[in-house]
Design a protein around this ligand. Structure first.
Ligand code: AP5
Length: 507
């Protein structure tokens, strides 16, 4: 304890003889550690330096631990050091090396259960923990005094919660992966405005805004400002329909943080058809001016050559989604000889096997977290294929709104594979019998035929292996998303299949 106190004191900025602030002492440096060892452990020269090093790098722990397994006779274990004792389990207090203090429950060496953490920054969290991360219900008081009280998952705000800013502004509503997302209410104290609306990726996209005099307006929002067709309901019973002209954007839009102020009030108002509120109820204004289409995120799954890519073409065209095909991404990586992962994947793909989970997961997660996918929505083709991949999606807050599973007989698949051809110029998929090229804007049928290629893994031998790999993981996707998935009989005409998928996606 004495060592920890001295280490913490040394970490603080020091003052020299003239009262000027100096840099904190380098507590991990040899010089400081040597000095402390001499001062505190003069009688125990071997234990001293080790104890100090340990406190500098790992902190101190007082509390319960997993019962120690039998120690073989003659083996000496020093219970003073974490590195040599069993994982923390039960109640305990940790004084972290950086000055953090945690008091609460542990499991398998990680914070788990209920516990309170006071970070070195001054932030305090009291609430639930799971595998070392904030989880369940909890209250955080940040270093600047703002608070969040609500649901947590994987260490971030996720679910319903209330964020109170230091200026008195307050957001009560839904959160997703640490950002405001979904339905919520924001009270802007200074101007007496109440926003009731929809947030997406931390930004307000539509709202009813009630002003301090009781009048309100309904509008979509962009960059924090109302834009487009909007309606006012005045407190005297009059209604005005008009249009908000969005303010010109000055350069790059700034990233909005939780500390940013609420959206500003309207700046430019055009038009103004005046009428009475009768006939134009609040509900109608809300529907007319505030309806926002939810982002569509779709997974399409099925055995090789069941028609995933073919259906994907229609889906992305109809809904403007970003098509993320793991097969296409991997094939692109295999063509780059300097790409180590690509070369590793090539061996598995040519053998008709799935590439290892660890290789594909990080690629997909990184792609789906890019701006275009977050803003437009995505169609994920060929992922997840295993239970591990499905679980990783959830961990990274990547959750589809709809899942389409194609089912198709093995013999049909072999026939489709043997006739499949790819147009390298347009990326379009053809079939020599079922979907042969025709004269189009891409060229004459003969020109397209001339440039078609066949995939290296489209041999009957490889496809049988790919079918076996699919069969062994077949239920992984269905089990993970059973409440949002539809199984489609893919052994039919592609037009019929598309109509069925479309109906499902629009439900
Ligand atoms: P991937 O490229 O995803 O291959 P796949 O799953 O085997 O599927 P395909 O692309 O072959 O077929 P498809 O279902 O898209 O059918 P298509 O529309 O082309 O993956 C390749 C490899 O990468 C895997 O084997 C694996 O090694 C690796 N990989 C990828 N993702 C992975 C992951 N998540 N984890 C681990 N490894 C991964 O149609 C086929 C043909 O049929 C076409 O010619 C088409 O014109 C025709 N056709 C389509 N629909 C119809 C219809 N209704 N009637 C008649 N013909 C039709």
């Amino acid at each position: 304890m004495q060592v920890w106190t001295k280490v913490q004191a040394a970490r603080k900025p020091q003052k020299n003889e003239d009262g000027e602030e100096e840099d904190p002492i380098d507590v991990s440096g040899e010089e400081f550690q040597q000095q402390l060892a001499e001062e505190l452990y003069a009688g125990e020269p071997t234990e001293g330096p080790f104890a100090i090093k340990r406190i500098v790098s790992m902190g101190l722990y007082f509390g319960e631990r997993t019962p120690r397994p039998e120690v073989a006779p003659g083996v000496k274990v020093d219970p003073a050091f974490d590195t040599e004792v069993t994982p923390k389990k039960g109640m305990g207090v940790t004084l972290g090396p950086e000055g953090d203090v945690y008091a609460g429950e542990y499991k398998a060496g990680k914070r788990h259960g209920r516990g309170a953490l006071r970070a070195a920054t001054g932030a305090v969290y009291v609430g639930g923990w799971e595998e070392g991360k904030k989880s369940g219900q909890g209250r955080m008081t940040y270093a600047d005094g703002s608070t969040y009280d609500g649901a947590w998952k994987q260490g971030v705000r996720h679910g319903r919660g209330t964020y109170t800013h230091t200026n008195g502004d307050m957001y009560v509503g839904e959160w997703w992966a640490n950002q405001k997302q979904g339905q919520g209410r924001y009270c802007q104290k200074a101007q007496g405005l109440m926003y009731e609306g929809t947030w997406k990726l931390g930004k307000l996209v539509s709202a009813k805004v009630t002003m301090s005099d009781g009048s309100c307006f309904f509008s979509k929002f962009e960059g924090g400002r109302p834009v487009g067709p909007s309606g006012f309901a005045m407190s005297n019973g009059a209604a005005i329909m008009g249009n908000f002209k969005g303010a010109e954007k000055a350069g790059e839009e700034e990233e909005e943080t939780e500390e940013a102020a609420a959206p500003p009030p309207p700046s430019t108002w055009e038009g103004g058809e005046l009428g009475a509120v009768d006939g134009m109820t609040e509900q109608r204004m809300r529907e007319q001016y505030c309806t926002v289409k939810p982002t569509l995120n779709v997974v399409i799954s099925g055995p090789p050559a069941s028609g995933k890519g073919t259906a994907a073409e229609e889906i992305v065209k109809a809904y403007g989604l970003v098509h993320v095909s793991t097969g296409d991404m991997l094939r692109a990586a295999t063509e780059d000889e300097s790409n180590e992962d690509g070369q590793k994947a090539k061996e598995f793909m040519n053998e008709g096997q799935l590439v290892p989970d660890e290789l594909i997961i990080s690629i997909v997660v990184a792609r789906l977290q890019q701006k275009d996918c977050l803003e437009k929505g995505w169609l994920l083709d060929g992922f997840p294929r295993t239970a591990v991949q499905a679980a990783e999606m959830q961990k990274h807050f990547i959750v589809p709104t709809k899942v389409v599973i194609l089912e198709c007989g093995d013999d049909v698949i072999v026939e489709r594979i043997s006739g499949r051809r790819l147009d390298p110029q347009t990326g379009k998929i053809y079939h020599l019998t079922f979907n042969a090229p025709a004269d189009s804007e891409d060229g004459t049928a003969a020109e397209i035929m001339e440039r078609l290629t066949q995939r290296e893994d489209d041999t009957e031998e490889t496809v049988r292996k790919r079918l076996a790999a699919y069969a062994s993981n077949k239920t992984a996707v269905q089990d993970a998303f059973s409440n949002i998935c539809m199984v489609v009989d893919a052994n039919r005409d592609k037009g019929v299949i598309w109509e069925e998928i479309k109906t499902f996606l629009e439900q």
